[in-house]
Design a protein around this ligand. Sequence first.
Ligand code: GCB
Length: 597
Amino acid sequence: AGRGGLLRPQRNAHRELLDTSGLWRFQLDPREEGEAAGWSRALPAPRPIAVPCSWNDLFDDAKDHLGLAWYQTELWVPAAWREGRRVFLRVGSANYAAKVWVNGTLVAEHFGGHLPFEAEVTGALAWDRPNTIAIAVENKQLLGRVPPGPGPAGGGVAGIVGGYPATTYDFFPYAGLHRPVLLHAVPAATHIEDVTATTRIEGRDGVVDVTVAAAGGYAGRGRVRLGELEADLAFRAGTAQATLRIPSARFWGPRDPHLYRLDVTLTDGQGRGTDSYALDIGIRTVEVRGDRLLLNGEPVALRGFGKHEDFPLHGRGLDLAMWVRDYELLRWAGANSYRTTHYPYAEEAMELADRLGVLVINEIPAVGLNFEDPEEATAQRLDQALLQLRELVARDKNHPSTIMWCVANEPLGGPPLGGQPVPRAVEAGMRFFRRLYDETRRLDATRPVTLVGVQGGVLDWHGIFDVVCVNRYFGWYTQPGRLDEAARVLEDDLDGLHRRFGKPVIVTEFGTDTLPGVHAAPPEMWSEEYQVEYLRRYLDAAARRPFVAGMHVWNFADFKTGQGTARAGGMNHKGVFTRDRRPKMAAHFLRSRWAGT
Ligand code: GCB
């Protein structure tokens, strides 16, 4: 709780948790009259809505509504929380901007659609009646936001985006309360605000460095336990550190995603616990050495996908069944990795990745950046990007599955697909990305940082980062229908990137729109055969190049987009699974390649 971090709330002997998920009341506010009219206390004409869930697929009149809308619920807070407790309200994700009221008192305001925020509400609560929680959310596509709305330069890749609703990116701008809203209570005297666990490998030993932050400048004692091991914590000005060494440790990785339970406890003068927090950690290292990406000191090759949080009706709302199925399908296909394209995913998804040994490139929502847009917009975006980066690292720093941070997807510094870069835009991007790179490393020096580049885009920016990630569509957007030629262009391109940067290269996107059931021999675009032959050529090219540290197919599954001429049925069809997770031929092909079956 509080400034220290974004620890996921948990229930234990000292902590309480109340999940408000369920049916809330809902009302669109297209004229933005609700705040002045007191809608934070009661909605004049509400209808029921599910939380968490996007609002767009639930009501016809809300489908393309990206303006203001109100959520409201009422609940009793347990009387036991009244004494000796501080109570916080935590919103898992409100896409994009949100204001939160408790019993008519404004308690929080937040920008950014995919990361949690919380506010202390102790003083705002009532104990003799139900409490009213109201959250106003809007997802306006504005120039200074991250992701930005369409600017004068258009933003995004013309012809693919720019449909309806207009966005700078190629996915539907789902809006609403996408993750659970929680109330949680911690001890009032002091409580654990943050825990940071970093791990090292020394010979066969695993070394865990733990930093704990406790509220109110806590200067007392505590302890940290890891299995049989235990260390004392002596707090000064609210922080304490300890190091634990596990002899002959089990190192976390896809083959053995072993997690150790780390228990942190604050203690009183008699050594009795006053607060505690438990964390499952994996002991592993990630490192770039020359042109190799190393996991636990060994070269690793990522096999997997770009994804979306996207499912019929739920939209981007947390769907645990979808996540469990998706991880099962990743395993089925023999994948070991994915990227959180193009925004941070649910904490539950990160927890599953830890447990199942899946390697995650964790990305902030910086998609659709165009450095030809006005300088003022770029300055606002930098602030938003930094904020989201800080929140993401605070939320996910302890997940062993997060092996890399990604600060942007396909920024433009000139026309895409091979146009001439615009020097002023290239320089603006250089300053922007250097700042993001430095800030990421300052927040977390234990993980490589990357940027995902667009085909034909600005190459200079990659020089700043630890790993060169590129999206490539030779054989689709260029060289259409000409797979052999596309493969030659790809190979030259990869070798050029290697010569220039000498770093590991990951092809973070490559794919073709594929309509299930459409067949063609010889393969033609949009057919299942074409997708297979395209993927085969890309994987073959990578297999011959040890500096290629990963191949992420675009996309895991078909996903909803805006309406436009390039997206039949309002969908991007580059999935190897359909939107309802049925395999196309390409899924079977990948399974035979990656899982060897
Ligand atoms: C890209 C974008 C992704 C799009 C994809 C496509 O490069 O990163 O968001 O969906 O291309 O299919 O055009």
